[in-house]
Design a protein around this ligand. Structure first.
Ligand code: SF4
Length: 352
């Protein structure tokens, strides 16, 4: 049964797979790694532009390792999941400064690098070095669950082991790069999450889910966690003529290393006409004669475990000093990496 699946997958790959991507067939481990990190939690259409931008700004891993964090985060801005970017920087520096700029070629060494999990390690090992490691991610788990009728939830501890074992059995160990690319492409174009192309699928005759009419039942998922809600009020205060107060987020929290305006986080949304009556406003601004010039509508951003609502509050006059914040010119504001919710506001606000 595993061999039937593999043979048919390779046959489909030879005769019908015409999916193209800029990094397909690439054997440079730096480029493979970059594409895989960018594509974690990002759609190919969006990731492609970022991949091209990174290759053009940082043609080698040494260029990336030597670049400033601010420049790298700025290039990453909009992709989200900023831990990926921090790990990207850490890994580039390890390879540039500890491995002499050469990507390690052994699977355990690749897996030990920051931000590289089993999927990415298998992709780099097989595409760049021809090593027999099977890629496994949500796409591969979905294909396996449907084809074999596996009812262990993906994301559970038991599921993780089971899917890894089956994926390893399916791998064509003589040609792991071709097999891994084929199963990724098959998941993206045929056995898609919604509306898989079962009637045209080469695997249909032996596919459990298709034969039983249970496509939508597989894969089973672990119940999802409830998202924590957060309300962030950003006070936009001038620091003299055409300058503004911002700071880098350094706490171990979302958006570490990105920038923001003067932040007040509340446990709930505050009606617009009550913001100037809150103790935060009174203690920080009200007692010094500040008034609110404008409050934006609510902007939202959904992260994996959090749902964020942000509002932007413009004050009427400048402040001389704000401890922990730096003053930057409005003109240079967009050179700083911001969370999406803030950069969207900056781009669209008539006040900035
Ligand atoms: S028949 Fe449908 S569900 Fe089964 S492998 Fe093919 S596309 Fe996926």
């Amino acid at each position: 049964m595993p061999k039937d699946f593999t043979n048919k997958l390779l046959e489909w790959n030879r005769n019908q797979n015409n999916r193209s991507m800029p990094w397909k067939g690439e054997s440079d481990p730096y480029r493979i790694w970059l594409s895989e990190i960018i594509l974690q939690q990002t759609r190919v259409e969006q990731g492609t532009a970022y991949y091209k931008k990174f290759i053009s700004f940082f043609p080698t891993i040494v260029d990336l390792a030597n670049a400033s964090e601010k420049d790298i985060f700025k290039n990453w801005e909009g992709l989200g999941y900023y831990t990926r970017c921090r790990n990207l920087i850490a890994t580039a520096r390890i390879i540039a400064f500890e491995y002499g700029g050469l990507f390690p070629s052994a699977y355990p060494e690749i897996l030990a690098l920051p931000g590289i999990g089993q999927y990415t390690a298998a992709a780099i090992s097989s595409f760049a070095f021809g090593l027999p490691y099977a890629v496994i991610d949500g796409n591969v788990e979905r294909i396996i669950a449907r084809y074999f009728g596996i009812s262990t939830p993906v994301g559970s501890a038991a599921g993780k082991k089971e899917y890894i074992r089956i994926a390893a059995d399916l791998l064509d160990i003589k040609n792991p790069a071709v097999y891994n690319q084929a199963i990724m492409d098959f998941g993206a174009t045929i056995c898609k999450p919604q509306n898989p192309l079962c009637v045209h699928c080469i695997q249909a005759r032996d596919c459990y889910a298709f034969q039983k009419g249970m496509i939508n039942k597989f894969p089973l998922k672990k119940p999802s966690l409830k998202r924590k809600k957060r309300w962030l009020y950003y006070f936009i205060v001038n620091a003299g003529k055409d300058k503004i107060w911002i700071r880098e987020r350094t706490e171990k929290d979302i958006w570490q290393n990105l920038y923001e305006f003067i932040l007040w986080e509340t446990g709930k949304i505050i009606p617009q006409d009550k913001v100037h009556k809150t103790s935060f406003f009174r203690d920080n601004f009200g007692k010094r004669g500040f008034c609110i010039r404008h409050i934006s509508e609510a902007f939202s951003q959904t992260l994996t475990h959090q749902s964020i609502t942000g509002l932007f509050v413009h004050l009427n006059k400048p402040l001389d000093k704000v401890p922990g914040y730096q003053s930057v010119s409005k003109e240079s504001l967009m050179e700083y990496p911001f969370p999406k919710i803030i950069s969207d506001y900056i781009k669209n606000s008539p006040f900035l």
